[in-house]
Design a binder for this molecule. Structure first.
Ligand code: GN1
Ligand code: MG
Length: 358
């Protein structure tokens, strides 16, 4: 699909419309992303429109990325961190009629995936996110602002779910009755999270907070990790956020939109590769409490994502775009099945973790 956008946006970056083409790309739910190809310098870029309904303070994103980019540049100048390219006037975003746009480097010869077909990909992807955490281990998290307050606060997500439940229609409640019951029954995950939240050796770290597999670029020929992308939710958080979302999206051969629940299974070699890849960077940084929570990270994120899809379904699907009415309910079913898989395989998964930590 080729699209035209207001030339002012292109001009802010020194491009003109007649020799520039745009093509919508990516599988993200929130922002609109375009591949920009221009004859001006025969280069390609990523142009992105930030969803301001979700990110109410786009400056928080821009400032966080800038602070981290400056730090990485000073400490690890060779690390590829795809920060926005400033406008001709030196701004990190271009404000236009209430919208915010940003231009990002296009990293050639790489691929992003929605599902994985080789454990090596899981290892490489997990290593990339682990590397980012390692390089930022000494970065002062206080410098960063939350770009979405409470984003991975499981107790708050649970409250949003029960609130949606109290407000929704009888019809939606009936359609989702089984999933609602399952979600309520797993409330103990919230209690478990709360019991650890304030422990001394459960530090705040700079977390990416959206480590799903489509947010890391791998070399298109040999799958070695190149860099992580989608830095909107780079902000302080707990390590379980990043490792958990890797488990959510690397372990199963089918992604969150799959409706055949029989296909939602955990692939043990991918689990091992994910933990190994992550620990290849982070093993020396993790505290005893963090090590104890490796498997919990998967339960925490998969449960939270199930709650988020279910909450959105009960709210009338106002957050996650859908292509048919019950899609968010189906996504919740998918995530609850994955959660069940984590519990069913708990013993063997924990054994793999012990083996990787040894
Ligand atoms: C959203 O936009 P995207 O696809 O990168 C969401 C994540 C969810 C993910 C589920 C800001 O990410 O938290 O894990 O969908 N991002 C936001 O696919 O809500
Ligand atoms: Mg994202």
């Amino acid at each position: 699909m080729e699209l035209n956008i207001d030339e002012d946006i292109l001009k802010a970056y020194g491009f003109t419309l007649n020799i520039t083409t745009l093509q919508q790309v990516g599988s993200g739910h929130i922002n609109r992303t375009y591949l920009l190809s221009t004859l001006q310098n025969n280069k390609q870029y990523i142009l992105q429109n930030i969803n301001v309904h979700v990110f109410k303070d786009p400056f928080a994103i821009a400032n966080n990325i800038k602070a981290v980019a400056d730090y990485l540049k000073a400490n690890n100048p060779d690390y590829l961190f795809p920060a926005p390219i400033p406008t001709l006037d030196g701004h990190l975003m271009f404000a236009h009629n209430g919208d915010y746009w940003r231009l990002l480097p296009f990293v050639a010869n790489t691929m992003a995936f929605d599902t994985l077909s080789d454990p090596k990909q899981a290892y490489e992807a997990a290593k990339q996110f682990g590397k980012l955490s390692r390089l930022l281990n000494n970065f002062d998290t206080e410098v960063l602002q939350p770009t979405i307050p409470g984003f991975h606060d499981l107790a708050w997500r649970y409250e949003q779910f029960t609130f949606a439940l109290s407000q929704t229609s009888t019809e939606l409640k009936l359609k989702a009755s089984h999933e609602i019951e399952t979600a309520l029954r797993h409330h103990f995950i919230v209690d478990y999270y709360k019991s650890y939240e304030h422990r001394k050796d459960f530090p705040n770290r700079v977390m990416h907070h959206d480590t799903k597999i489509s947010n890391v670029l791998l070399d298109e020929t040999d799958y070695h990790g190149i860099c992580v992308i989608d830095l909107d939710t780079l902000m302080p958080g707990k390590f379980i956020s990043d490792l958990g979302d890797m488990m959510r999206t690397y372990l199963c051969a089918y992604a969150e939109n799959e409706i055949d629940l029989a296909k939602i299974k955990i692939r043990l070699p991918y689990f091992k590769a994910t933990v190994e890849g992550y620990l290849s960077e982070m093993a020396d940084m993790l505290t005893p409490t963090e090590q104890e929570l490796i498997l919990f990270s998967g339960k925490y994120i998969v449960y939270m994502q199930a709650l988020r899809f279910l909450t959105d379904y009960l709210n009338g699907s106002i957050y996650y775009p859908i292509s048919y009415p019950t899609q968010n309910l189906d996504r919740a079913k998918n995530q609850l099945k994955l959660l069940n898989e984590l519990f069913e395989n708990e013993k063997i998964l924990q054994d793999i973790i012990e083996e990787c930590l040894a």
